[in-house]
Design a protein around this ligand. Structure first.
Ligand code: AMP
Length: 553
């Protein structure tokens, strides 16, 4: 029998994949490597290769901040702060810093047992579970013990995985392909299983076990949500579909998947976290349904027939106060708009028109409304439902093709969204500054970026839109995730997502995207979104060219 898989084989495979720009070669390299692994090892390797250290939906992250890693590197290599800073300026990548400093490490660790994948997993699980007082010291000890045993290349990929910044060009799609190649499983089956499992590690394990064909949607294992593509106007939407479609109100709340099996009901957020305890009314409202199900919909703060401001929900989600108090301030309604599973039958592959029929049937015995919707076709009809939605206090429309299937985790063109006239972008904060005057003691100016392939490109800076309380909380958060502190300014780990509104987009040399938002203002902090959900540079370019058309003609 083969011994446990050494970590250095993963590090070498990643190093080789990183070195080539050919996607095909990256895939082949990883496939060749994965092939030799047992299912549990493939699970750990696939997860680490994508810079993840915990299962999707898990609230317990093993990811480690820069300062913990820097301290560990210093302790292990004997490098001074100055040497570390200089190395960071040279590489701009903490993994490469680890590699360089480990190569020139003065004292070599003799007789250290080589690291195995299993060792790294054990360490990750310690990181995931270390919380509360003394956690920082415990986490540092775990990281240090890993780095102590690592060769330079291993150190590089350990640090990359622990910070979630791989920069190998091995995006999840390529890894999915590598998994399918490694275990000779049909690409389409693997893609489908990936959508259902929503986790690259679980996918690798399942495929390695030869069980890819057995993957089913099941209660209590949430799947990624279907998303809507943004469109700029009613006319664009009418042209896009050119047929009768459903125009549904776009509710401004928290996207939720509600699962039922036997007598138990659970609610999951867009990030697939279990949020059941925050919303007992949703569970209660569905108690009349006697079948198993998975529903998709939006939880909206709602009272006396009208939606309330979204902000009311944030306190509740963060459980800042007792539940009774929160529920009194922000009563909610769950508006259901889709059904993925009924009894034991998967419905995702059926047309939306059929899913809606089934949804109506199953909700007959419940106190849960279906999302308001109209059948429309022309631009004028879409416009009129849009205005109606806005007048009722909703955000706009999600327009859906009655023939479309439910595509998990994808922004399919089967669903498109129309918000208010002005566009908004979801962006991530990459740097921040202290404010002026009465805001001199709080971090209130945020530089934000959009995605461009694997990179982040800045598009603007915003300092309005948040309440004093939100700014206070943001200050604490940004201090915690600071990468580099330049005094008045700091760079931060890109994880806080903002939805920003703006008047227009201009070309600009000020930001590295080449564009700048004019009069950006923060509409809200999107705690429900993560780095992968932010808008792209392509989207910025699209808005820029569409507004140019408007101005010119
Ligand atoms: P956005 O959050 O602006 O990216 O818009 C997409 C979100 O709108 C979805 O993820 C849902 O949370 C929300 N939404 C509200 N109403 C609907 C609806 N009727 N159908 C689909 N999504 C909706």
């Amino acid at each position: 029998m083969k011994g446990p898989a050494p970590f250095d084989e993963l590090a070498s495979a990643l190093e080789k994949a990183k070195a080539t720009t050919s996607k095909k070669e990256k895939v082949a390299t990883l496939a060749e490597y994965l092939k030799g692994l047992a299912p549990e090892e493939a699970q750990v390797a696939a997860r680490l290769a994508t810079g993840k250290t915990s299962e999707r939906g898990s609230k317990d992250e093993a990811q480690v901040g820069y300062s913990t890693i820097l301290d560990s590197i210093k302790e292990v290599t004997g490098a001074s702060s100055k040497e570390v800073s200089a190395a960071y300026l040279r590489h701009g990548d903490l993994g490469e810093v680890a590699e360089e400093l480990l190569s020139s490490k003065k004292a070599q660790t003799l007789f250290a047992e080589p690291l195995t994948l299993a060792d790294v997993e054990v360490a990750s699980s310690k990181l995931r579970s270390s919380k509360g007082s003394g956690a920082t010291a415990r986490r540092r000890a775990v990281v240090k013990s890993l780095i102590l045993r690592a060769t330079p290349v291993e150190g590089k990929y350990l640090v990359k995985a622990l910070t979630g910044e791989m920069r190998t060009g091995l995006v999840t799609g390529l890894l999915e392909e590598a998994i399918s190649q490694a275990f000779s499983a049909p690409r389409e089956e693997v893609a489908r299983a990936h959508m259902v499992l929503g986790d690259i590690g679980l996918l690798a394990k399942t495929v390695a076990e030869g069980k890819v064909g057995e993957v089913r949607i099941e209660p209590f294992r949430p799947v990624n949500f279907m998303l809507a593509e943004p469109m700029a106007s009613a006319s664009e939407i009418a042209e896009h579909f050119e047929k009768e479609v459903y125009a549904e109100y776009k509710y401004d709340g928290v996207r939720a998947q509600v699962h039922r099996r036997g007598g138990e009901t659970r609610v999951y957020s867009r990030r697939l976290e279990d949020i059941t305890t925050s919303f007992p009314e949703v569970v209660k409202a569905l108690s009349g349904v006697k079948q198993d199900f998975i529903l998709d919909g939006e939880i909206v703060p709602f009272a006396e027939g009208r939606p309330l401001p979204f902000q009311l929900l944030q306190r509740r989600l963060r459980r800042m106060e007792g539940f009774a108090e929160a529920a009194a301030k922000a009563p909610v309604n769950f508006f259901a708009f889709d059904i993925l599973l009924r009894g034991r039958k998967e419905l995702v592959g059926m047309a939306l028109s059929e899913r809606r029929r089934q949804l109506r049937e199953i909700l007959a015995g419940a106190e849960v409304p279906m999302a308001g919707s109209m059948v429309v076709k022309s631009e004028a009809e879409i416009r009129s439902v849009f205005d109606e939605s806005r007048a009722l206090g909703y955000e706009g429309l999600v327009v859906k093709d009655p023939g479309s299937v439910y595509t998990m985790g994808k922004r399919g063109s089967g669903w498109v969204k129309l918000k208010e006239e002005l566009d908004t972008l979801d962006v991530v904060i990459v740097a921040a500054e202290y404010g002026h005057g009465k805001r001199a003691r709080v971090i209130s100016d945020y530089t934000f970026a959009v995605r461009d392939g694997g990179e982040l490109k800045t598009v603007g800076k915003a300092y309005s839109g948040l309440t004093d309380q939100e700014i206070g909380e943001m200050t604490a958060k940004l201090k915690k995730i600071t990468l580099k502190d330049f005094g008045y300014r700091r760079s931060v780990t890109p994880e806080v997502v903002l939805e920003v509104a703006f008047d227009s987009i201009q070309k600009s040399g000020r930001h590295d995207s080449g564009y700048a938002l004019r009069f950006p203002r923060i509409k809200r902090i999107r705690t429900d979104k993560s780095l992968e959900d932010i808008d792209t540079l392509k989207r910025v370019e699209e808005i820029f060219s569409s507004q140019k058309l408007k101005i010119e003609g």
